[in-house]
Design a binder for this molecule. Structure first.
Ligand code: G
Ligand code: G
Ligand code: MN
Ligand code: NA
Length: 255
């Protein structure tokens, strides 16, 4: 409970929470046209705490809506700043199931876009597979369809780790599959990972979706992915998550 109270305090203070951004690169050229926003918490005593730890904590302690709204406002504000400076980078935001279900996500997001004069197609939404398999999937599907009709792109995050049936892909309004880094880690050597990667690439293509490979760390992984027609990659090979100013500095013509 200590940490939950600290998170509550962090939401009310300035500077403990921050968004970092990781570039998403066109696999063949390295060109960047989008980034993923990743939440960071600098705890005053413990130092950095991972969102893998404090996002579930926020969900358990009724803080997820506030945390999610903080992320949305921060990302939309950053997008407004970038656009004013002439940068055209789509910002992808991670959205949890709770955020979509509680409160009024669509209205909150629309209000932010209006407030900062930011177009919907410059804010993408990443949802994990488990969100799409939630018992409330019908409701979620309708909400996603609304968001997409307004211009937001939708991506399935951590694709392949949700122990899911693939049938949801038939009905859900999704633009992009993010193949989980568990399948990328041992490429190109591991036959089963290579087979899965190729199959997901083919499936995405057949469904009219794009695929982005996560966790690409080596030149060999990138080459393998390029040679098999993967359009997009994200990972330490090209760039690590970093504060907004550093991201722009490092674009170096990759934009
Ligand atoms: O960036 P990092 O590897 O520390 O992220 C760990 C996990 O936290 C990842 O699964 C990532 O999707 C999740 N995460 C990062 N930022 C956010 C956020 O703003 N909202 C939600 N719901 N999850 C996030
Ligand atoms: O679940 P999600 O895809 O949102 O998680 C993103 C997380 O993956 C971030 O915390 C980010 O730091 C991490 N990440 C991004 N690129 C790499 C990579 O190349 N290797 C590893 N191990 N982690 C990565
Ligand atoms: Mn993500
Ligand atoms: Na992911």
């Amino acid at each position: 409970l200590g940490l939950a109270n600290d998170l509550r305090a962090a939401l009310e203070s300035h500077g403990q929470l921050q968004l970092h951004y990781q570039c998403q690169h066109q696999a063949s050229t390295g060109k960047v046209s989008s980034v993923e926003a990743l939440l960071r918490w600098q705890h005053p005593l413990r130092g950095p705490v991972s969102p893998a730890d404090f996002v579930p904590l926020a969900e358990r302690h009724g803080l997820m809506l506030r945390l999610g709204n903080w992320v949305l406002r921060e990302a939309v504000q950053q997008q407004a700043n970038w656009r004013r400076a002439g940068h055209r980078l789509c910002i992808w935001v991670n959205v949890s199931a709770l955020q979509l279900i509680q409160g009024n996500f669509e209205a909150s997001l629309a209000a932010l876009l209006l407030e900062y004069d930011v177009p919907a197609d410059s804010i993408g939404l990443e949802l994990t597979e488990s969100v799409l398999l939630d018992e409330r999937a019908g409701d979620i599907s309708r909400r996603l369809a609304t968001l997409r009709s307004r211009g937001h792109q939708i991506a399935v995050d951590d694709f392949g780790t949700g122990y899911s049936s693939l049938s949801y892909l038939k009905d859900l309004p999704v633009d992009k599959l993010k193949l989980d880094r568990a399948f990328i880690r041992s490429l190109p050597g591991e036959r089963s990972d290579a087979a899965i990667t190729m199959a997901v690439l083919a499936m995405a293509k057949g469904l009219g979706m794009e695929m982005i490979a996560e966790g690409v760390e080596t030149a060999e992984q990138r080459e393998y992915l390029v040679s098999h027609g993967c359009g997009w990659i994200q990972g330490f090979y090209f760039s690590r998550p970093a504060p907004a100013a550093d991201v722009i500095e490092r674009l170096n013509g990759y934009e």
